[in-house]
Design a protein around this ligand. Structure first.
Ligand code: ADP
Ligand code: MG
Length: 353
């Protein structure tokens, strides 16, 4: 549908590796005081202030993590940065630098990489992180992107997955499930397009959920929001693989159980409408769908008054003793064990840990 429509195609061989790196990175500027030397030497040089350093890496493979038939390269560039910044945010840290490594086949013209880097540049600007290096190489087939994000936090501010206690409140930012239903719409439109390439779909009624899939944001704002509320979460994780899996990770690492309440899950109306249209259960999609990049965390019961009614944060349940297990309490008040459903964006296959 959005397969590269650029008229001009400059082959990568015309530039050579160094020309390509120069071309792609020439407009990036350094903003962080801790970046001493960015792109251009054998290594970048950072000067940490008195804070701890947090590092996180993700690898994105064409055909596994993204489908270029409906993912504009600019969005892909933006998202590849965002998913890494989300991990830094989930440590309650502030992202400061990223490296970006790419492997590309000769199927991609320079103009395609320009689009990818335009998205990377937009994300770096929006989140105030410096692009300080990377690597560029060829691949036999398809596009591979690896991003490493670096962040900083005071030691006492860092939040691990392992810190939850029995009888903490479980909180989620924003809403969940929308990114997954956005993907369902894109997959459906891809099939329609394959049958009739002249079909121009009207997707306005799905704009929010599609944006959640194609242009997610990292909740780097939550750190300050919690600070303003005078709350320090006891544990935290970001939601990349779906609420159910992430809750189970937190519980396992914190050695607690949990009850999540179906009627408390924060769902967007467009998400609910789309589930109805597909005739699928919205709760199942909300807890198993991935890529929302919201934050999931636990807080002490005493902090309830501070968080109550906050439009950005929803209390969805509480932790229990580990022996009680991890459960969803349905509207009908039945108790269903949560399942870790590892989530594959293209094949939708399952993986239990
Ligand atoms: P080396 O041969 O030492 O690996 P390169 O020639 O690959 O060095 O890289 C030169 C500079 O460009 C380095 O600072 C490197 O970090 C940076 N760089 C290379 N590829 C990328 C990329 N895809 N995005 C951003 N920076 C890159
Ligand atoms: Mg190199």
């Amino acid at each position: 549908m959005i397969e590269n429509k650029n008229q001009s195609r400059t082959s990568l061989e015309q530039l050579g590796e160094f020309g390509l790196i120069d071309h792609l990175t020439k407009d990036f500027t350094i903003e962080q005081p801790t970046t001493i030397k960015g792109i251009g030497d054998d290594g970048a040089v950072l000067s940490p202030d008195d804070e701890k350093i947090i590092v996180s890496t993700d690898l994105l493979i064409e055909g596994v993590h993204f489908d270029l038939s409906y993912t504009p390269l600019k969005h892909l560039g933006y998202k590849s940065i965002v998913v890494n910044l989300s991990d830094i945010a989930a440590m309650n840290a502030v992202p400061t630098q990223v490296t970006v490594s790419i492997a590309v086949s000769n199927r991609f013209p320079l103009e395609a990489l320009d689009e990818l880097y335009a998205g990377i540049a937009l994300a770096c600007k929006h989140y105030k992180v410096d692009l300080i290096g990377g690597d560029t190489t060829s691949s036999q087939k398809g596009l591979i992107i690896s991003v490493t994000a670096i962040g900083k936090a005071k030691e006492e501010d860092i939040i691990y997955r392992s810190g939850a206690n029995d009888n903490d409140l479980i909180v989620v930012s924003g809403d969940i499930g929308s990114a997954y239903m956005g993907l369902q719409i894109l997959e459906r439109e891809k099939q329609v397009f394959l049958v009739n390439p002249n079909n121009q779909p009207d997707l306005t009624q799905y704009d929010y959920i599609i944006e959640r899939q194609l242009k997610p944001e990292a909740r780097t704002d939550i750190k300050q929001l919690l600070k303003d509320l005078d709350i320090k979460p006891t544990s935290m994780i970001d939601i990349s693989d779906g609420l159910s899996s992430e809750v189970m990770h937190l519980c396992k690492q914190s050695k607690v159980g949990c009850n999540i309440y179906e009627d408390k899950l924060p769902l967007d109306p467009q998400f609910i409408n789309t589930c109805e249209e597909f005739n699928i259960d919205s709760t199942t999609m909300a807890i198993n769908g991935g890529e929302d990049y919201e934050l999931l965390f636990t807080i002490k019961m005493d902090d309830f008054e501070k968080i109550k009614g906050n439009p950005n944060l929803t209390i969805i349940g509480h932790t229990t003793q580990e022996s009680e297990g991890t459960h969803l309490i349905t509207r009908a008040n039945t108790k269903i064990p949560l399942k870790a459903r590892g989530w594959n964006p293209l094949e939708g296959d399952t993986e239990n840990e």
